[in-house]
Design a protein. Sequence first.
Length: 253
Amino acid sequence: MTDARAVRVEIGVESLGGVRIADAAGATRVELCTGLSVGGLTPGAGLVDAAVRAAGHTEVHVLIRPRPGDFRYSAEEVELMKTDIVRARELGADGVVIGVLDEGGNVDAAANSELLGAAEGMEVTFHRAFDVCTDPYAGFDRLLELGFTRLLTSGRQVSVLDGAALIGRLVSLADGRIDVMACGGLRADNARRVIELTGVRDLHAAVRIPVPGMTQNDSEVSFAEFGVPGGFDHFQTDAAGVAALCEAAHFSA
């Protein structure tokens, strides 16, 4: 376990620019991925390699998620995830972020054990698959049994503040055996309140702003990222927002 007194910030990023912004702001970790607009997907080896070299004092934790959609994976998909975990470790990543549910929506002990085995020696976070599992308390017990480093959760709500009661309960149940990391619309202006309500010492946010797209010609075809406002092209990490969140976390410690 990490220092219980500190408040640690993890930033979800999908570019080298995002890694550098997080490091400059003093973030403890980045969750490196692509496809944040669909919840995040496994980044390519080239990005992982470059991110590790660019990260400075910030840890790089790689999301391992082979496709959008739910978290029930075939045996073939689990094998692909194991390969991606091994590659991330070889490239120097500090940790991975995983999560597999079974057909009943429960935390899949067998599949997650395989992935944990592939990640031996690394920190391993169970991601927001937890927020859609069938029984959060049974699922939490399973994560403890399996030996995950931390759990990422919004308390099964869209907003971290709406899920604060469950997050706080999980922090109490954890009793130092696993780090509970809060997420879900978390920003500088609500970070202190989240910490007060839940007792978490780990915060996670993908702090992003939309980037204007190039002027369109007469074509009706658009390849703009899903969810960006009209006239914009994609999202990028918000340097000011990340710095403000890290500062708020520092003063909440």
